[in-house]
Design a protein around this ligand. Structure first.
Ligand code: COA
Length: 333
């Protein structure tokens, strides 16, 4: 029998240093009013000098294990979604694996930029369904501040650093069917479905102008903001429709939408298209800014720990990022 994966716990970590729009406007030609009106962002967290993506990832992963009550020795796959690895190689995931004390299985990085967490959810869920892993540590972690051009006000005001993690494990006997007392496709706990897409024809809308094979430099983020915005609104609406349709559900059935936190205007537009009231959307973008692959697990962790998301709730996760990549996951918590 195919097993579902259950999210057993979550955790997150934000660096200590907060940089407000006000502070940023002393270094960059911008102002709080512009940033808030265009994006909803009021502040972001920035990693300390020497603090690397693996440090943020490790802190989030340790908190997720503690929340799940699962020892690191049980984890047999670690997937780290990141665009800002410590080094070109080895995979940052292997560093986290070692420091976490995970000795089993495998660890690898996954690159889908801001869609990294939903891509990782698809990978983790499919490994569990296929029986190739029993307990997966899925992390989204970024030190995005390191690839920003701090002289480009159109991009540097939008991003921040952080990490979030979830532990997925194979459902125990019947656990994935017992929640609603039924065995139908959409009943019971766990990851109900994942959906991922990409379109390389739109590479040039959001990219880094460097890399080991092209320039031998790390490079900086470049973006056509307007076009990215336009694609985000369309692609996110279509991925949400695809997910609901695959599960025979309507927008009304969703208890919580936990979107990638890029921009408050994109979140509002997706919610409007879905007809979801603002109270059902978990929003952290005003405090975290866009933390790329970390933004969904950071928001998820906040809403679980403050008691908004409860066992049995239907939670929809969605994201879009460079590539362009986009995707969604539906979870019965
Ligand atoms: N502060 C002040 N002014 C700024 C600014 C800043 N940080 N950044 C740009 N501007 C100026 C521009 O120079 C331009 O001035 P001009 O008209 O004199 O040339 C003006 O503001 C409008 O710029 P524009 O780029 O047209 O703004 P916009 O309304 O498209 O908003 C974004 C810009 C980036 C906020 C918006 O396009 C967006 O949110 N895009 C999606 C980005 C995103 O979420 N990416 C990540 C996806 S994972």
């Amino acid at each position: 029998m195919i097993k579902r994966s259950i999210i057993a716990g979550c955790g997150s970590y934000l660096p200590e240093r907060v940089v407000t729009n006000e502070e940023l406007s002393k270094e960059v030609d911008t102002d709080d009013e512009w940033i808030v009106a265009r994006t909803g962002i009021r502040q972001r967290y920035i990693a300390a000098d020497g603090q690397q993506t693996s440090d943020l990832a490790l802190a989030a992963a340790e908190r997720a294990l503690e929340h799940a009550g699962i020892p690191a020795s049980d984890v047999d796959l670690l997937v780290l979604a990141t665009t800002t690895p410590d080094q070109t190689f080895p995979a940052t995931a292997t560093k986290v694996q070692h420091r976490l004390g995970m000795t089993n299985g495998a660890a690898f990085d996954l690159q889908a930029v801001c869609s990294g967490f939903v891509y990782g959810l698809a990978v983790a869920d499919n490994f569990i369904r296929a029986g190739q892993a029993k307990t997966v540590m899925l992390i989204g972690a970024e030190t995005f501040s390191r690839i920003l051009d701090w002289e480009d006000r159109t991009t540097c005001v939008l991003f921040g650093d952080g990490a979030g993690a979830v532990v997925l494990r194979a459902a125990e006997n019947g656990e994935d069917a017992e929640q609603a007392g039924e065995t139908g496709h959409n009943r019971g706990r766990g990851v109900l479905s994942t959906h991922i897409h990409s379109d390389g024809a739109t590479n040039d809308l959001l990219y880094v102008d460097g890399g080991p094979s092209s320039t031998q430099t790390v490079g900086h983020v470049r973006m056509n903001g307007r076009e990215v915005f336009r694609h985000a609104v369309t692609n996110l609406a279509s991925i949400v429709d695809e997910t609901l349709e695959a599960n025979g559900l309507a927008a009304d059935d969703i208890d919580w939408l936990v979107p990638h936190q890029a921009n408050k205007r994109i979140l509002d537009s997706t919610a409007r298209k879905l007809g979801l009231p603002a109270e059902k959307i978990v929003v952290t973008v005003e405090r975290h800014a866009n933390t790329s692959a970390a933004s969904i697990p950071l928001a998820l962790d906040e809403a679980v720990k403050d008691g908004r998301i409860k066992t049995g709730d239907l939670v929809l996760l969605e994201a879009m990022g460079g590539g362009l990549t986009w995707g969604a996951g539906l979870v019965r918590w």
